[in-house]
Design a protein around this ligand. Structure first.
Ligand SMILES: Cc1cc2nc3c(=O)[nH]c(=O)nc-3n(C[C@H](O)[C@H](O)[C@H](O)COP(=O)(O)OP(=O)(O)OC[C@H]3O[C@@H](n4cnc5c(N)ncnc54)[C@H](O)[C@@H]3O)c2cc1C
Length: 435
């Protein structure tokens, strides 16, 4: 135990190690407490190409791209029995990381950057990055949203001689198969299944049925033992004001291959949040509320994408896995141009709410607005909402606002199309109403 630390980060996976490093780079005294928990049988994970900007900004792109090259081919068997090669994969095969090595590199970088691998006695802030298992203060954090309960049934297949260069995602009535061949001639295999269905039918019953329905590698390969773990996408918040990062804040559908990417994004935002809490302790509650909303929006964006992906598979409408996931999908809001009222005005329930934007190493407050529990906004399509509200007054037409905007110094770079687009977006979000 040691004292005099600004921050204690608990858990040295990608989210915790990166957040700790960033805070140390910003001059904070950071303690990182890490215990390696029992490893899962899945030694490697894939990252899709959307992770590239974050890997780049964390200085990890070279490592991810060269030490463990991505699988050359990615196949999807989804919606029908055909094997489809994923578009664009030939130019960007994504990345494959050996997690134990990747995480060790991240912790070593944190230590080089000034982080101490110790338990702090009385840190000013505690940040929890213990992964999808409950954080140490489990009693004080709660799950606030979740998708249908999901279990990942995983195992390792040895001596693989087919599907050796192809990652495969396949839909079967029992759920989704995930296949990842490794360089040593083995492969990781996982079935994402409905947790209730698995409890009723048993692991053996579910995997055997899922193997018989498969057309891809799961049909011909089976690990000697299956290891089951909770893989329910869910959002947690801390009741004690700890900053939750990465999977401790939210877990997403493993089939997305974006958990590590989300952890890196979460680490960056958490570093801003912690640094702001240390700099502006008087704004603690507002900054923590901002952080909860930020993590909630990230989780919800992933949840919507996952459910939309499941909606593309309609062959098994009576299977428990698909029934529950299809039922959880809210209908998409219309993307067609809305017919706007002739005159617009601020919605009656529009209220001011501070927005926290990234500044130089801290979050800075900015005047924003919201309705209901929607995330507050200060700008839309980069147009400041304050100016639009001023131009709208008690009510104005789009043409009037666009014409008046041209004469406003802060809006003169916003084209008429952008101003109109901003008004449409605000109307669609319920921030504006007919006058
Ligand atoms: C079956 C499955 C397959 C997946 N496949 C992929 C994939 O292909 N690609 C992808 O991007 N993501 C994948 N994910 C998700 C990915 O594993 C996580 O999103 C990612 O590991 C989150 O990083 P993290 O740092 O938040 O947590 P973790 O990586 O879980 O790190 C938390 C660390 O904290 C340590 N720890 C735990 N408790 C304590 C404690 N009390 N004190 C100190 N240390 C502690 C743990 O040992 C661990 O090292 C998958 C998940 C599952 C379940």
């Amino acid at each position: 135990m040691s004292g005099n630390y600004h921050v204690q980060v608990i858990g040295g996976g990608p989210a915790g190690a990166c957040c700790a490093l960033r805070l140390a780079e910003w001059g904070r005294r950071v303690a990182l407490e890490h215990h390696t928990r029992a490893a899962t049988p899945l030694s490697q994970e894939t990252l899709v190409d959307s992770a590239r900007p974050l890997l780049e900004s964390w200085g990890l792109l070279d490592l991810a791209a060269t030490r463990w090259p991505g699988t050359p081919r990615h196949a999807v068997i989804w919606g029908d029995d055909e094997v489809r090669w994923r578009a664009g994969i030939d130019t960007s095969p994504g990345y494959k990381v050996v997690r134990s090595e990747f995480d060790s590199v991240l912790r070593a970088r944190a230590v080089e950057g000034g982080v101490d691998m110790v338990t702090a006695t009385s840190p000013e802030i505690t940040a929890v990055a213990t992964g999808k298992t409950a954080p140490p203060s489990a009693g004080t954090s709660v799950t606030t949203r979740s998708l249908p309960k999901t279990v990942a049934l995983c195992g390792v297949v040895e001596g693989v001689d087919t599907w050796t260069d192809t990652t495969v995602i396949e839909a079967v009535p029992e759920g989704g198969w995930w296949w990842l061949p490794l360089e040593d001639g083995s492969a990781s295999l996982a079935l994402l299944a409905d947790a209730t269905d698995t409890r009723v039918r048993g692991i053996e019953g579910v995997v055997e049925a899922a193997r018989e329905s498969a057309h891809g590698p799961a049909r011909t390969h089976a690990p000697p033992t299956w290891f089951g773990m909770n893989a329910t996408p869910r959002l947690r918040t801390s009741r004690r004001g700890e900053v939750l990062i990465g999977d401790a804040a939210s877990t997403i559908d493993p089939l997305s291959s974006q958990g590590v990417e989300k952890g890196l994004a979460s680490a960056e935002e958490a570093a801003y949040v912690v640094n702001t809490l240390l700099t502006r302790p008087q704004d603690r509650e507002a900054v923590l509320a901002h952080h909860r909303a930020w993590e909630r929006d990230l989780y919800e964006a992933h949840a919507r994408r996952a459910l939309a992906f499941y909606a593309r598979e309609q062959r098994f409408p009576d299977a428990a896995f698909w029934k529950t996931r299809h039922a959880a999908l809210d209908p998409e809001p219309s993307t067609e141009d809305d017919e706007l009222p002739a005159r617009l005005a601020p919605a009656p329930d529009l209220v001011p709410r501070t927005v926290w934007r990234r500044g130089n190493r801290v979050l800075l407050p900015e005047a924003g607005w919201t309705v209901g529990d929607a995330a507050p906004l200060s700008r839309v399509a980069d147009v400041p909402i304050a100016s639009l509200l001023e131009l709208l007054g008690d009510g104005a037409s789009i043409d009037d606002v666009v014409a008046a905007a041209a004469a406003r110094p802060e809006l003169y770079l916003s084209t008429p199309k952008r101003v109109e687009g901003a008004l449409r977006q605000l109307y669609r979000r319920g921030f504006l109403a007919g006058a």
